[in-house]
Write a protein that binds this ligand. Sequence first.
Ligand code: CAO
Length: 453
Amino acid sequence: MAELKEARVPDIGDDKDVPVIEVLVKPGDTVSKDQGLVTLESDKATMEVPAPFDGVVREVKVKVGDELSEGSVVALIEPAAEAADKPSAKAEAKPAQKTEEKPEPRAEAAPEAKPEPKSEPEPKSGPAQPSTPAMNAGNPHSPPVTFDAEALMPGKVPHASPAVRLFARELGVDLGQVSGSARGGRISKEDVQAYVKSVMAGGGAARTGGGGLDLIPWPKVDFAKFGEVERKPLSRIQKLSGANLARNWAMIPHVTQFEDADITEMEAFRKRLGEENKDTKVTPLVFLIKAAVAGLKKFPAFNASLDGDELVLKQYFNIGIAVDTPDGLVVPVIRDADRKGLLDLARELGEISAKARDKKLSSADMQGGCFSISSLGGIGGTAFTPIINAPEVAILGVSRSAMKPVWNGKEFAPRLMLPLSLSYDHRVIDGAAAARFTSYLSQVLGDLRRLLL
Ligand code: CAO
């Protein structure tokens, strides 16, 4: 057996007594030069101690929790025959010593090398190596390496070993988005895998692209422990709408404005219309579509979408209608609602509702919406907070009308009141504008002649 050589912790700058958090090799492992032997984690960063040459690990001298400083022996390695014959390999095998040479700063570790916040520093050249920033343990001329992770990655520095960082980088995962489940919140390979799975399943949508919500993992409960359960897969629509709703809820700053509209006169007119047009079902919703269009015309910010730093103001009036189907919620769109009369709208509403329930909607039927209405009036309730259908900026929720005593200045009079709940994107719409919008809707529904103005 060739002579065993020591692999030692190289110059790691000012860091001392740095704990071992991971032992990456065991006796008998064949290692190549620069392959990580153990991972150290200081207050600022994690770093690997690399093998100084090719060979076979014969003894590992440290365990997790040991605290190491420059020169500490990590392992005994039997150099590969070829490497052992090379004088340079022998030199490399010497214990790391401080060099008198003026060190050149390494590009990876230099504080001036400022990558984008939260992005992982890429190796300067060649294929990515597990050791970032590499410590050349065997080269006595290697400069001291400073591991100022804050300078490399300003803001939150995720705790993860270089191998996990490499793994994440290969998958394009921003470790800032991943919650660590290992000791001290450290991110393991399994955490990265779980994160990728949740994103693929739509559950991670809220955690990406939005500045990083630092959410704790979803609770895992063995429900069967507490009683009998049945498992039922989500429908395709539920999966799709769930992912959209979760993103919209997490990314849009929602505020909901409530208002009651006096629809006593409107209801009388609706009943008359119904009697005159027995083949068409005229529900309060068609009046709401008309009133919404009038509101969008008067308050163009509600008929807008955010596109980066710009607001896209639409000159058309397509209204999405939330339809409840046995498979979940869908939102078909009534196009050019401004050009359609109440009866046309009533017929179209009947058609799209039937199409939705018969699963015959195409994706084109659900595109191009400007503003949505979600009516639970046929079911009940007094108010709710609808979730905005991005990239729209507002949605109108409608609850069940009820007869209420309303003070008319002289006495309480019975009036049919319709509860409205307007959720809006506060990045685009201010509270005052929302209150004006709902007041306007209430006025229009209270006196339909206003639609003619
Ligand atoms: N107040 C009192 N009664 C109302 C009402 C209201 N605000 N809105 C509707 N009604 C009445 C209708 O007039 C109708 O009465 P009749 O049977 O006596 O004619 C009855 O309630 C049922 O109406 P409808 O629900 O069939 O029709 P609609 O035009 O109001 O709504 C549709 C159509 C497709 C929007 C609705 O069927 C639906 O799916 N609503 C659920 C939407 C939803 O799930 N939203 C939640 C999204 S967030 O999870």
